[in-house]
Design a protein around this ligand. Structure first.
Ligand code: NDP
Ligand code: DA3
Length: 327
């Protein structure tokens, strides 16, 4: 069977992870990396990986089945996903939850008339955690569902704070409320606000001459990303960022507890423990790129989410093998 030919758009933490994950997928090949920067300035993990300027995607080409978009959700994907879905099947990891319906509509308006397939908001949240929230609530309609993340590095929030004028670099860690988790695990169904579930801690390197209090105010008031949370901002040097904040671990869990008849307690839990958030997320993107290519060949076009993708399409194994070995 012919390989699925993939293009990576945007080469940062996620782009590097996708490059590695494709190398582990015998049914897929990497056509190349497409970057907005000078290709000569981009050093890839694989020495054989070709790097092109992103406008190399502007011309008609028949060497890409699906593009994996690895840009930032704060400002890259809102522009790149619809633009590229007009000509290619894509997958992205768009994770600004409050605006996913808008993103879906914009991408669908581009993909559907073009006959491309665009799977948006894949990864783990949104993505695998979204699936588990829906599974859990479909199976246990009477109960309460909770999602906790961290302590770990959120790539979406780190990307978002790096976009603030005056910020030269930085990361954001998400901390779950220990008290809230304890109450949930004790089987309580507490009514917790967003602010009561997590806090956010930022470590920021300022650009020369930038005003710290202006930058802090811009971060903590940022709608969707930071405004709904108690957020602290520490200012550090570039050396400290390099020395202390290069790891990108993360994780979390979705838990639902409820009853299937009066007094009959049922609990579903799905947990992730990630040494590398980007490598894990990239692996999810690659699996959904496999599904997007297959869905497009089957004539399923337009924007899709993880709720629209049959799980078997994620696997390199055939439906027959899955029935024989995994059911
Ligand atoms: N759904 C989910 O569960 C998850 C979603 N995500 C999403 O993934 C997005 C991308 O995360 P991440 O890869 O960490 O973001 P990065 O900041 O590493 O990269 C984002 C983009 O910035 C550009 N870039 C990268 N490095 C540099 C550099 N040194 N100088 C200038 N530009 C650079 C690249 O585009 P170019 O090559 O064109 O310059 C790249 O695509 C996040 O915004 C988040 O929304 C992440 C994790 C989980
Ligand atoms: N999308 C998140 C993945 C998880 C982590 C997270 C958070 O820490 O707020 N929310 O969802 C990311 O970019 O890392």
């Amino acid at each position: 069977t012919t390989q699925i030919r993939v293009g990576i758009v945007g080469y940062g933490n996620l782009g590097r992870g996708v490059e590695t994950a494709i190398g582990l997928s015998p049914d897929m090949s990497l056509t190349g990396v497409f970057t907005r920067r000078d290709p000569a300035s981009v050093t890839t993990v694989g020495t054989a990986t070709e790097v092109f300027a992103i406008d190399e995607l502007d011309r008609d080409r028949d060497d890409i089945d699906v593009l994996i978009l690895c840009g930032g959700s704060r400002s890259d994907l809102p522009e790149q996903s619809p633009a590229l879905a007009a000509r290619f099947s894509i997958v992205d990891s768009y994770d600004n939850h409050a605006h996913i319906p808008e993103h879906f509509a914009a991408v669908d308006a581009a993909a559907r008339p073009a006959g491309t397939t665009a799977v948006i908001s894949t990864g783990w949240d949104p993505g695998l955690f979204s699936l588990n929230r829906v599974f859990s609530e479909a199976i246990i309609p009477q109960g309460a569902t909770y999602t906790f993340w961290g302590r770990g590095l959120s790539q979406g929030h780190s990307d978002a704070l790096r976009r603030v004028p005056g910020v030269a670099g930085g990361v954001q860690y998400t901390l779950p409320s220990e008290a809230a988790m304890e109450r949930v695990r004790a089987g309580e169904h507490p009514d917790l606000s967003t602010r009561e579930r997590h806090t956010r801690e930022c470590f920021v390197v300022l650009e020369e001459g930038a005003d710290a209090e202006t930058v802090r105010a811009e971060i903590v008031s940022m709608p969707d990303y930071f405004e709904p949370y108690d957020t602290t901002v520490h200012f550090i040097s570039a050396q400290e960022l390099e020395r202390d904040h290069q790891g990108m671990p993360h994780g979390g869990f979705v838990i639902r507890s409820g009853t299937t008849s009066p007094g009959t307690q049922q609990v579903i839990e799905y947990q992730l423990a990630l040494e590398s958030n980007p490598e894990f997320t990239a692996s999810v993107l690659v699996a959904y790129a496999r599904a997007a290519a297959r869905m497009n060949r089957a004539g399923v076009v337009g924007a899709q989410t993880v709720y629209d993708v049959a799980p078997g399409l994620l696997s390199p194994l055939s439906p027959e093998q899955l029935r024989a070995d995994y059911l």
